[in-house]
Design a binder for this molecule. Structure first.
Ligand code: NOJ
Ligand code: CA
Length: 550
């Protein structure tokens, strides 16, 4: 069976897009927080690495209740990260190097410090200002119980009660995330008009697209019915099971059709990428129908177990599902919300998705994790479609799995009553130079999350030009991927057993060995391998090879 990335054409159908988490990429002024001038100064790294585009996590003014995913002003830059002029400069400098720029759009909720929310509190119940959010009276005799049983993704109730302008306890507002992130009411026309305008604001500044946060959450079931299940951002449902009333409601699609029409009215190919934790793949494919978004993150792929059958199943299913709507498939292994794949894959196969790892938790096998991560990446970068990389994975960075709990900043840790460690471990500022303060993250020792001591060995300057380093492996893979046009190629399976997966994508044969015994490499010239072959030229366990056919 042959599978391609679909009939769509355009830069984004095969692009490798690198996620920058601005707080942790590069700090220009030594305050311990990464910033936009820091990113601009390091753009050449991304050119040398060989990616096509960057996606920047939010840098907008924000009280930082959720590391910037609580936006107080969608049309400015937080002084922590720089100025609007710095953003313009970053966009210009990136584009002059041939890198496209995607920014993050957070439409499900604003910050509680947004002027709309302040106005809603002041205006009182029943006001047009309140109608932009999801305010309801409480239940129980005094209205002191939340309107329904929904839980926040970060733990605890999804509702917070406000104090009315007259000083009395009043209505409740919905926040699927932190109380500092009130959910917007997308049935309100002000909300729709505002976001079209925000899109225009950034399109006019030259961005190439938007990564849309919680794209599956904007519309809630109208009756806000109780949902007895534990909260998970993942809708995680088979088609025939009831859909959670807060996720993946059909009404979201109309919003994206409006946005697509706006983007299409601009020159160049500007794109929308859905962050939608929606399963199964057929449901997710609805977000990338021809008149909606261009891409959606493939979290089913990220969550798949490290076994040949599981990887085969998720790859074929992903390609089939996007094929039904003519969109390219995407691939991703790490981001700022999940345990880095170099650590995740060091946990026993079949371990459920960890919500962070800390002191006292089962620790991953670091060497095994890195070995599998390299194999997984080399497999991923050979697949047709578009791939997302998360800053630092090109260095083989593991999760910081022994971070002191006092240093944690993710609201998940507090709100879950110290049961879920949260996402700090994948957000640690990245190492550039082994012997510099903060490993070259900035000019001082300051770092908003502590960097682990072993960061030195992962630093870019320890890996650059070193054959076999993770960094050089990524560079080789990205170069060959481009040369062979793998992103727009066609996948033809050669072996799909319990232990070995192998396929051809145009001129390359790819093989991953998941089994315990070493296996023969495909015939031809070995052009990339995630770890050395055996002395007999066999492909050992947990290794991917790329072979150029004779
Ligand atoms: C998804 C973002 O990736 C995550 O970091 C954030 O906490 C939630 N959306 C809420 O905005
Ligand atoms: Ca800074």
């Amino acid at each position: 069976m042959e599978q391609s990335a679909g009939p769509a054409t355009g830069w984004w159908t095969e692009a490798v897009i690198y996620q920058i988490y601005p707080r942790s990429f590069a700090d220009s002024n030594g305050d311990g927080i990464g910033d936009l001038p820091g990113i601009t100064a390091r753009l050449d790294h991304l050119v040398e690495l060989g990616v096509d585009a960057v996606w920047l996590s939010p840098f907008y003014p924000s009280p930082q209740a959720d590391a910037g995913y609580d936006v107080a002003d969608y049309r400015d830059v937080d002084p922590l990260f720089g100025t609007l002029a710095d953003a313009d400069k970053l966009i210009t400098e990136a584009r002059s190097r041939g890198l496209r720029v995607i920014v993050d759009l957070v439409p499900n909720h604003t910050s509680s410090a947004h002027r709309w929310f302040t106005a809603a509190l002041a205006a009182g119940p029943g006001s047009p200002e309140r109608d932009r959010y999801v305010f309801r009276d409480g239940t129980g005799a005094d209205g002191d119980q939340p309107p329904n049983d929904w839980q926040s993704v970060f733990g605890g109730p999804a509702w917070t009660r406000v104090t009315e302008p007259d000083g009395r306890p009043g209505q409740w507002y919905l926040h699927l995330f932190d109380p500092g992130q009130p959910d917007l009411n997308w049935d309100n026309p002000d909300v729709r008009a505002e976001f079209l305008d925000v899109l225009r604001f950034w399109l006019d500044r030259g961005v190439d697209g938007f990564r849309v946060d919680v794209a599956h959450g904007l519309i809630k079931q109208a009756d806000l019915a109780d949902w007895q299940e534990p909260q998970e951002i993942l809708s995680g449902r088979e088609v025939d099971k009831p859909r959670p009333p807060m996720w993946d409601q059909d009404g979201v699609h109309e919003i994206y059709r409006d946005w697509r029409a706006l983007l299409d009215s601009y020159p160049g190919e500007r794109i929308l990428v859905a962050e939608a934790w929606v399963e199964p793949a057929e449901r997710l494919a609805r977000y990338v129908r021809p008149d909606e978004m261009h891409q959606a993150f493939n979290f089913e792929y990220l969550l798949a177990s490290w076994t040949a059958p599981a990887q085969y199943a998720v790859i074929t299913r992903s390609l089939e599902a996007t094929d039904t709507v003519g969109a390219p498939t995407t691939w991703v292994l790490s981001n700022h919300d999940v345990v880095r794949h170099a650590s995740r894959l060091g946990l026993p196969v079949g371990t459920p998705r960890p919500h962070g790892i800390g002191i006292g938790d089962e620790q991953p096998d670091t060497a095994l994790g890195l070995r599998r991560a390299r194999a997984a990446t080399l497999l991923m970068l050979a697949l047709p479609g578009s791939a997302y990389l998360y800053q630092g994975e090109e260095l083989g960075l593991p999760e910081h799995t022994t971070m002191p709990d006092e240093a944690r900043q993710d609201p998940t840790w507090e709100r879950s009553g110290h049961t879920l460690r949260g996402r700090d471990g994948c957000r640690v500022p990245i190492p550039w130079e082994a012997d510099a303060p903060s490993y070259g993250f900035g000019p001082t020792d300051a770092s908003w999350l502590p960097q682990p001591p072993l960061w030195a060995e992962f630093a870019l300057d320890r890996q650059r030009g070193v054959p076999g380093s993770t960094y050089e492996l990524y560079r080789t893979a990205l170069r060959l991927r481009r040369e062979h046009g793998l992103g727009r190629g066609t996948l033809a399976w050669l072996a799909t057993g319990d232990e070995v997966l192998s396929f051809r994508n145009d001129g390359l044969t790819v093989l991953t060995n998941f089994g315990p015994a070493a296996v023969p490499a495909p015939a031809g010239e070995l052009v990339a391998t995630s770890a050395p072959l055996t002395d007999d030229g066999l492909v050992p366990t947990d290794v991917t090879v790329w072979v150029r056919s004779a």
